[in-house]
Write a protein that binds this ligand. Sequence first.
Ligand SMILES: Cc1cc2nc3c(=O)[nH]c(=O)nc-3n(C[C@H](O)[C@H](O)[C@H](O)COP(=O)(O)O)c2cc1C
Length: 196
Amino acid sequence: MSNRILVLYGSYRSDRMGIRLAQFLVDGLRGKGQEVELIDAQAVGLPMLDRMYKEYKPGEAPAAMAELAAKIRAADGFVFVTGEYNWGMQPGLKNLTDHFLEEWFWRPAAIASYSAGRLSGARAATAWHGTLSEMGMVVVSSTLAVGPIGQALSAEGKPTGDSGDALAQAFPRFADDLLWWVEAGREQRARKAPPY
Ligand SMILES: Cc1cc2nc3c(=O)[nH]c(=O)nc-3n(C[C@H](O)[C@H](O)[C@H](O)COP(=O)(O)O)c2cc1C
């Protein structure tokens, strides 16, 4: 059965590289028969956080925020694609994520990190783990860590060289882990309403 998966990415840089990993993940999950949508924070274009979605009166939230809220609520699982700026999260993705709270609840999330260096954004991935847990998602234990991203993926998101081979080899377990929890969560939500 096909699940609805959102792949979320949040660099606003003109020369951004992480879009390659986001594209690789979209392609890979579609290849596993999933219904996948890329949520590109730059394209969604939410403002710096003023009001969270739930703080607007019904019908008054900006259209892009309301549309995204509906997509998050309808999703069965999430992949957060995270780069690392000065050992921390990228603000564009964090800003998008913070606009919502209950919309994220009761679904699993997986983290795929990358960077220009060999540490592959691992410090940002660690920070995201706690944040996503706080926001009501179950973070799956399998992660992807890609670096140097420019050597691992082509502009079209196709694996290249040794780093690309390592990514292609790691992807099936990452996806299968996420999809197992996606299925478990979907069945549990159908069986029993979330407690709050
Ligand atoms: C402001 C800034 C801070 C960065 N800090 C780190 C860092 O702490 N660790 C790291 O491995 N790479 C760091 N880099 C390099 C990024 O990993 C690399 O530029 C990457 O492509 C950024 O993702 P993006 O291209 O999708 O924006 C930094 C880059 C920028 C622009």
